[in-house]
Structures are given as structure tokens and as C-alpha cells.
Design a binder for this molecule. Structure first.
Ligand SMILES: [Zn+2]
Length: 292
């Protein structure tokens, strides 16, 4: 291999890869090297007479390039609003490619639709609404009042319950039930034995289900009663979904007037809220274009 000490010695027909490329050739075999002081490197040299001419891209190749670019663009474009997203944030929903905001919108629409179906499913079968008042909000707090209402609005059960712990004054401030009020009331053991048969194989609806169910379980465990398996739905969650809210709201806020926290009143208000949603769904159906 010939080695030249500097560019001045290199004959015309020997070229570097870069200068070959500029002249429209691809290199073949290395024929010599030249030392480049700047950078202190040896540069490979090729004979231009042996070099291979670069082919120009055919129209077909150019079209393929254009097509690849279009495809890449398409895979980033929202099918609903045609917004172009980055590859990372494009989402698939029901087989459609969606931008971030269209995706969120579709999700919210689905949640509202699902909540509507749940409200309608309640209409098809009898249910029982339960509400309780308690000594407080913590794990060990107990039920001091329980009310059961059927789907026709008949009050099936409504009683005070004598807890094993005293009612703190801050709880009394909320619902107005005093220790004196419950002093002669039946215990949970007696109450539950009468209520449980009413609930068997019925759909139970509760505004803030998790709270009431946890209170029922706690009170049953105090008396070594079997923990009930109830088929229950939460009206608070379903209502929040139905109105497209990510926040839960109090029953008073949902019905739009102050209720006052007694089990019976809360049960009736829950039924009223459910009936209102049914009415609204009916109105939409009645005035709609038949798609609903
Ligand atoms: Zn979009």
C-alpha cells in the first residue's frame, strides 16, 4: 500500500471517499493512504477510474420514499380531528387512532354511557335503598340509624340502633341523634336479623356504598354475625359518572337542596335522584332523533 506523507504528493486519479462522493461515485478498493496533519489521521484513497458511478434514484424509489413519509404522518394523525401528535402520545381507542384530547373525550363519553346503562338497569328490577347514620366516620364507628326503602318508595324499615359506644357530640351536631335518643333502641344484632331477609337476592343501592357497607360489616362483626354478601351498587359513583364529574358530591348537592342527614330522608332523596335521572333519559329519548 502506497503511503503519501501529504496531499501534495497524491496523484490526480486518487481521491478520498468524500471527494468521490461529490463527483457522483462510490469507492471501490483502497489503493493508497495519505497522512492528514490536521487531525493526525490516515485517509483512505481510491482510484477514480475504478470507482462505481452512483445511480440516481428512480421515480419509483422516490415515490416509495414519499409514501413512507405519508404513512409515518398518517400514523401520527388523529382520525377524528386530524391533529398530528407525536408517536408517543397517539392512542388507540375502539380501533381508532386518536390524539390525546380526542382519546380523553371518548373515554368520558364511554363512562357517561356506562353510567346511563347502570341507571336504566336499576329500573328493570326491584331494588332497595339503604342509608345509615353513624357515631362517626372512622373504622370503629357504629350504625345508630338505618333505613330501607323499596323502589316504589315504600319505607320497609326505619329505626334507631343502640351502639356499643357513645355518640360523640360532633356526630350529634351532624344528624341530631343523641345518646338519649338511642338509649332504648334495639341493638344491631336484633335490627340486622330483621333487615337481612329483606335484602336477600335484591339489588341494594347506596349513596356512598363503601362507607355504609363497611359500617354494616363492622357492626355485624361486633355481634359475630356472618358478614353479609350484598349485591350493591353505589349511587354516588354512578351519578358522578353520569354527569361527567370526576368528583363525588354530597347527596344534598346532587339533589340540590339540604337534606339534613337522617337515614329516612337520605333514602328518599336517593330515590328522588335516581328517578330524576330516569326522567332525563326518558326526555332525551322522547325528544331525540331515535338514535338514543
Ligand atoms: Zn383528535
Amino acid at each position: 500500500m502506497i503511503e503519501y506523507k501529504h496531499w501534495g504528493e497524491v496523484p490526480e486519479h486518487l481521491k478520498s471517499k468524500t471527494s468521490l462522493s461529490k463527483e457522483g461515485f462510490k469507492p471501490n478498493e483502497i489503493r493508497a493512504k495519505v497522512y492528514q496533519r490536521k487531525g493526525r489521521v490516515w485517509i483512505d484513497l481510491y482510484d477514480i477510474n475504478e470507482a462505481i458511478p452512483k445511480k440516481k434514484a428512480t421515480p419509483k424509489q422516490l415515490a416509495a420514499l414519499e409514501k413512507a413519509r405519508e404513512k409515518a404522518m398518517e400514523s401520527r394523525t388523529c382520525e377524528v380531528c386530524f391533529y398530528v401528535e407525536s408517536y408517543q402520545t397517539i392512542e388507540f381507542y375502539n380501533g381508532k387512532r386518536l390524539c390525546r384530547s380526542c382519546y380523553e373525550y371518548e373515554q368520558i363519553k364511554t363512562i357517561i354511557e356506562d353510567a346511563r346503562s347502570i341507571f336504566l338497569s336499576w329500573k328493570e328490577n326491584d331494588f332497595i335503598i339503604i342509608d345509615t347514620e353513624t357515631t362517626g366516620l372512622s373504622l370503629w364507628d357504629e350504625i345508630i340509624e338505618i333505613s330501607c326503602l323499596d323502589s316504589k318508595g315504600n319505607l320497609l324499615y326505619d329505626t334507631l340502633v343502640k351502639p356499643t359506644i357513645p355518640i360523640p357530640s360532633d356526630a350529634t351536631e351532624i344528624h341530631g341523634i343523641t345518646n338519649e335518643d338511642v338509649s332504648s333502641a334495639p341493638t344491631w344484632e336484633k335490627v340486622w336479623k330483621e333487615i337481612e331477609p329483606l335484602l336477600i337476592s335484591k339489588k341494594i343501592l347506596i349513596y356512598n356504598k363503601d362507607f355504609d357497607i363497611s359500617k354494616i360489616s363492622h357492626c355485624c362483626s361486633l355481634y359475630n354475625l356472618d358478614l353479609p354478601i350484598l349485591d350493591s351498587d353505589c349511587v354516588m359513583q354512578t351519578y358522578a359518572d353520569y354527569v361527567g364529574s370526576t368528583r363525588w358530591m354530597s347527596l344534598s348537592n346532587a339533589v340540590g337542596y339540604y337534606i339534613g342527614h337522617r337515614a329516612k330522608n337520605d333514602s328518599y332523596a336517593t330515590l328522588e335522584l335516581i328517578q330524576r335521572v330516569w326522567d332525563e333519559i326518558n326526555d332525551i329519548r322522547g325528544n331525540g332523533d331515535g338514535n338514543v
